[in-house]
Design a protein. Structure first.
Lengths: 589, 224
């Protein structure tokens, strides 16, 4: 029994297009609808986290003025802001959102390989979000253990939310991981097994490469978080001692004895560091496509870009303990993890050089997506360079408790990926909705967000070097060494943060307004080569391709090919129709 | 295997050809590819469980109970260490044998034998879970072992034991249900109408994995 590839079968999918509203938009198995569902939920919960950050900024910038956050609640805000942004917004948006939308369309597939599982993935994600939100309403409120949830603090009674909040958080994470696993298996299997004719690995757009590798990382890294969530829940609920040593809390000896808090840190960061790349790799991939498309140039060093993604993915599993330099480790471990951390800078730098070289002498169109892509290069270089500081043990030890770390990770895995998210939303908006967004509002959104990001996070670097500790509710009298300039900087940061947050409302207005009133978009407004722009309908209908699947004849980056009538050649155009034979820029056919 | 397309080149060149080809990287059905990837992910879960167990075994300050004695049974006046675990391991490994035979008969489209062997596999799995329930009862009721502490020594012994064997037991229970459903479908002729018995093999992959994990739990928890 020979197994026939899906692209070679005749009419594998009977195109039974669901008609009822519920089957079409609620219990939908269509990857495009699921992607939008993911997008809506992630954006909604992201707005909650954004609001929390503004409330924190009100406190930090104007202490003793607003009294919205009580001192004992501050950690809960930090915790929920961090966890929501990293897991429930960025991870869900890149993989559940863009992964779902782009993988089948870019690979010329009709859908994910297991649409039903894909649908379940979204509903489990929604459940995870609901359980997370439930944490706000349980007695004691959400957990205040910090987004890293380090024990023993996370479980001890003095911490906010130690009775109910932490359980909601752990349960929500476990459900999220189940949801991600169902989605991730789909993404990986679809990329491996369901590409259309002619779509070899080395012809895949880099967006797909990034999402593919990030999904693999997720499947291998989330288990560590899953296991640690189970063990911490057991510690908290029934009094086991996996992570809890013998502690006396509030004058009383707890029931715990003999556990290892460091074990949690290792498990957490074995998940946590790949998680950085689960967010970063899709951003790398998508930004490569944005830059290439809007600079009308083939991506510089496509093969290198692919290998860099793979190398970063592999290396990301052997650097985790650089988050633990101050936790107490054998110095030789620190040496090992500092070395691997600095090695990972090499493929990352290759990618940055290649983006810059792609723009170099390109026919750059400063469209809204391109602005965000260029903005990403700036913020990413910035955050990456501070990463080199923190990757070295001796530099990290004095800095790790300060605002320098806050500045670093917000720049590199907060601002940078979210700029790509914005760019990607603008880029694919005409395909998703069939309408064009308001360009002027988009540019306003970019400049406010980009300059605002620097206004917020640049001063934090200096605050960090001055030694301003992070995770503090206020810096009034007790801490003598903090100069008045820090308080002024805090005011400045808070005002900037509020302006940036307000700008995001303009962005949402633009998306919603344009969906109803925007001009009807061209099916391929950016004149892009990749398959999702070549669908018969815009927005693509159920089944994506009509009767016949597309056939790919070239790589994804045939921009400005000499001798071609247009400055782009879509992937599904045969060689005989467009180019002189043999011109493929040295890329394997 | 005979069902692979004849055009495949053997060895490393075949691997290269697969990976540089279009459409698909492996000449296997989607379900099988996905099961392999899922099992890889699940491997990481069990690896984390086992490394955590080893870690707390080192971090705890109290002595670790002697597993050979804890899991000993007295049968007919003879005190035999690890007797029940040995039988459980035997049963589970035997079930892998019946599963492999079921897959073989599946490829021969032998509906009845495939279903019978799968039911046998599920029954052996159920037997394993039953013995595990016996083992848990013995530990909880007779020896007073609890997840949060026990009279035999380190509290982490009970915590790790119940967590790891519990999680594995859930996998076996899930597998029994999965196998029963697939076996019932085999018997009803569902896969004859579908034209392929590949689901039998996919279920088999899962079952062998659960079996293999048990071997590691046996080695690291009971024998060590």
């Amino acid at each position: 029994m020979a197994f026939v590839a899906i692209a070679d079968r005749d009419h594998e999918h009977a195109l039974h297009d669901p008609q009822s509203f519920i089957r079409k938009y609620i219990w939908s198995q269509d990857h495009k609808v699921i992607a939008l569902q993911y997008g809506f939920v992630a954006t909604s919960i992201g707005l909650v986290a954004l609001t929390m950050s503004i409330l924190m900024r009100l406190q930090l910038g104007f202490p003793d003025t607003f009294h919205i956050i009580a001192p004992q609640d501050y950690y809960q805000y930090i915790t929920m802001h961090g966890m929501i942004m990293v897991i429930y917004l960025l991870t869900a948006l890149f993989l559940g959102g863009f992964g779902n939308y782009l993988i089948p369309l870019m690979l010329g597939a009709r859908d994910m390989v297991f649409p039903y599982l894909n649908m379940l993935s979204f509903w489990f994600y929604l459940l995870a979000v609901l359980v997370l939100v439930a944490g706000f309403f349980v007695p004691g409120g959400p957990t205040g253990a910090g987004w890293t949830l380090y024990p023993p603090q996370a479980v001890l009674p003095g911490t906010p939310g130690a009775s109910w909040g932490i359980i909601c958080m752990l349960a929500s994470l476990a459900i999220f991981i189940v949801a991600f696993t169902m989605g991730g298996l789909n993404y990986v299997t679809t990329v491996l097994q369901a590409r259309c004719r002619g779509m070899t690995f080395m012809r895949m757009p880099l967006s797909v490469w990034g999402i593919f590798m990030a999904s693999i990382l997720g499947l291998l890294a989330f288990p560590a978080l899953f296991v640690s969530a189970i063990m911490m829940a057991l510690d908290s609920l029934i009094g086991t001692s996996f992570f809890m040593p013998a502690v006396s809390s509030m004058g009383e000896q707890t029931v715990h004895t003999g556990g290892s808090p460091l074990l949690f840190q290792h498990l957490f960061w074995f998940f946590g560091h790949p998680e950085v790349y689960i967010v970063a790799l899709p951003a790398f991939g998508i930004v490569s496509d944005l830059i290439s498309t809007h600079a009308r140039r083939n991506i510089f060093g496509y093969r290198m870009m692919v290998w860099a993604i793979l190398a970063i993915g592999c290396l990301s599993f052997v650097v985790w303990a650089h988050h633990m330099y101050v936790s107490g480790m054998n110095p030789y471990f620190g040496f090992f993890f500092a070395t691997t951390t600095l090695i990972i800078a090499v493929p990352t730098a290759i990618k940055v050089y290649n983006w810059v070289l792609t723009i170099w002498r390109g026919d750059v169109h400063l469209t809204v997506p391109m602005l965000f892509a260029i903005g990403f290069i700036f913020t990413f270089i910035n955050g990456g360079l501070t990463g080199l500081f923190l990757g070295n043990v001796t530099v990290d030890v004095p800095l790790s408790g300060t605002y320098f770390v806050v500045a670093h990770f917000h720049m590199v895995m907060g601002v940078s990926p979210i700029l790509v998210v914005f760019g990607a939303i603008y880029h694919w908006y005409p395909k998703i909705t069939g309408r064009m967004f308001d360009e002027r509002l988009g540019k306003f959104h970019f400049w406010m967000t980009f300059i605002g990001a620097y206004a917020i996070f640049l001063p934090m670097h200096y605050m960090g070097i001055l030694g301003v500790p992070r995770r503090y509710y206020g810096y009034t009298d007790a801490i003598q060494f903090i100069p008045p300039s820090v308080h002024e900087a805090n005011e400045w940061i808070s005002i900037s943060a509020m302006l940036v947050a307000a700008t995001q409302l303009v962005f949402l207005y633009n998306l919603i307004h344009s969906y109803f009133k925007g001009p009807v978009a061209d099916p391929n407004p950016w004149r892009a080569t990749t398959l999702e722009w070549q669908t018969p309908q815009t927005p693509p209908k159920h089944g994506n391709w009509g009767k016949d699947l597309p056939e790919v004849h070239r790589w994804a980056y045939d921009y400005s090919v000499p001798g071609a009538p247009q400055d782009f050649i879509p992937q599904n155009v045969p060689h005989s129709e467009q180019t002189p034979a043999g011109r493929e820029h040295g890329v394997p056919t | 295997m005979s069902h692979e397309p004849a055009t495949l080149e053997p060895g490393f060149r075949g691997v290269t050809a697969d990976w540089s080809a279009d459409k698909q990287a492996f000449p296997v059905p989607w379900g099988k590819a996905m099961m392999w990837i899922f099992l890889l992910s699940d491997t990481f879960i069990f690896t984390c469980f086992l490394t955590s167990y080893m870690n707390v075994r080192m971090s705890t300050t109290e002595p670790w109970p002697n597993t050979a004695e804890v899991f000993a049974l007295t049968v007919g006046g003879h005190h035999i260490p690890l007797l029940l675990i040995a039988i459980m391991t035997m049963v589970l490994i035997t079930s892998s044998g019946t599963m492999a035979m079921a897959v073989n008969f599946g490829y021969r489209r032998d509906r009845k034998r495939t279903a019978a062997l799968m039911f046998a596999t599920a029954a052996l799995g159920l037997c394993f879970v039953g013995m595990q329930a016996f083992e848990w009862t013995k530990l909880i009721v007779d020896e007073g072992v609890r997840p949060w502490g026990n009279p035999l020594g380190a509290a982490q012994f009970g915590s790790s034991f119940f967590m790891i064997t519990g999680f594995h037991g859930l996998h076996v229970t899930g597998g029994v249900i999965y196998l029963t459903v697939v076996a019932a479908r085999v018997l009803s002729g569902f896969y004859d109408r579908k034209g392929t018995y590949e689901t039998v093999e996919v279920a088999g992959l899962y079952w062998h994995f659960v079996d293999l994990v048990w071997v590691f739990i046996f080695a690291f928890f009971y024998l060590w």
